[in-house]
Design a protein around this ligand. Sequence first.
Ligand SMILES: [Zn+2]
Length: 266
Amino acid sequence: MIINKNLLLLCFILVLVMTPMKSIEVYGAVSGSTQNESLKQSAVNMIEAILNITNTSGSVTEPTTGVSNNPSTNSTPSPTLHPNKVIPKSPGTQQANCPSEGKLNISNSQYSHLNRYLDCDKPRMIVIHWSGGWSSAQVTFNTLNERDRSCQFAIDENTTIQMLDHYPDLVERGWCAGEYGNVGSINFEITGSYFDSVLLERNQNPKRYEQLITMTDKTVALTCKFIQMYSIPKSAIYGHYQLQSGKPDPGVEYLKFFKQRVNQAC
Ligand SMILES: [Zn+2]
């Protein structure tokens, strides 16, 4: 009887141990070679979920970049989300401390609010990003939502999406520029990556250069609008790389170029 009880206990423990392994395998076993990657991804997702749940104010360091910075990809791949991933609820699904009235629809942009809602701040700086891939503003919007991040504007050649709320004196806080950078910043996600190379290789790839200029001019126009509207000094235009370690966007040379164009335009 004692042996049988022990055997039963052993079987029970085995079942307990095997069940989670099996479920991870089901999700991870796309192919043998990707299984380890999937398991790693599961661990990363769990850590990310814990980090996001811990963060209730958006003031904790942004965990990872929104999109791929791989120069070898020409378009932004849709992020591979683990099917098991629990996307934590954004802090406050309402407008937090933002006013209930007085929202501004910024001209020449289409308004589409992201899933994440944070508090409102007095705007104090402009932050320039690249999206990470030569895709579209809509892809940037989708990627931000999928990763529970937020920025104020996504820009491509044809479209500008206003993704968070603006008020006459306030802007809704994003979650894309790091601990210091998120508060009181207006963030522009310009479609593409490695802008310094685009400027440098202008003659080799004039089409891409023109594409970048078109998007730059749209962003410069909005930057000038906000500089005037919110009394932001021109010295408060930053690249994401200046605010958060490990971020290369939008490139040192490109930021200089961008600021020169702002100086010419307003
Ligand atoms: Zn960035």
